[in-house]
Design a binder for this molecule. Structure first.
Ligand code: AMP
Length: 143
């Protein structure tokens, strides 16, 4: 199983926001789409950053309600770790665990073709384990 398999099942929709939008707008977007992170696109629709619910919570903890007026560009993580469609799910799990984040944009060349979340990774691992177990049961019954 690789990133391409996950994207084929869930689609390549990418919810994005501009760096000049404020954190209130970002929070509304996360809530509307029931997601935990949004990517920020800059000039030429290039990936400029990622903003997760944790970034919004941290900004509010540090600055209070005024943080909601702060532009996304000031709070987002700029050094975004991305993956490619041929990367394996176990590689993604390792990178997410090591770096302690739960979202990875998928790039094909410069083009953003999807976002994989830890939820997608866990779902795919569970399906893989279940199908291995079913194959093993079939083998035992027919052996
Ligand atoms: P998350 O666990 O994805 O909600 O994010 C935790 C922290 O990691 C936040 O500060 C995010 O901005 C940051 N983050 C999330 N995804 C990535 C990524 N793919 N690359 C770099 N930083 C990220």
């Amino acid at each position: 199983m690789n990133v391409k398999t996950i994207l084929a099942a869930k689609g390549g929709d990418v919810i994005s926001i501009e760096p000049t939008a404020d954190l209130a707008a970002a929070a509304q977007l996360l809530s509307k789409h029931r997601i935990g992170a949004v990517v920020i696109l800059g000039a030429g629709n290039r990936l400029a950053g990622i903003l997760s619910e944790r970034d919004i919570v941290r900004a509010i903890a540090e600055q209070g309600a005024a943080a909601l007026n702060v532009p996304v560009g000031q709070v987002m993580t700029r050094n975004v770790v991305t993956c490619g469609e041929n990367d394996s799910i176990s590689e993604l799990m390792e990178r997410m665990t090591e770096r302690k984040f739960r979202h990875m944009p998928v790039l094909k060349g410069e083009r953003l073709i999807g976002v994989i979340s830890i939820g997608d990774v866990v779902k795919s691992r569970v399906q893989e384990i279940e199908s291995d177990a079913a194959a093993m049961r079939d083998y035992i019954q027919t052996a």
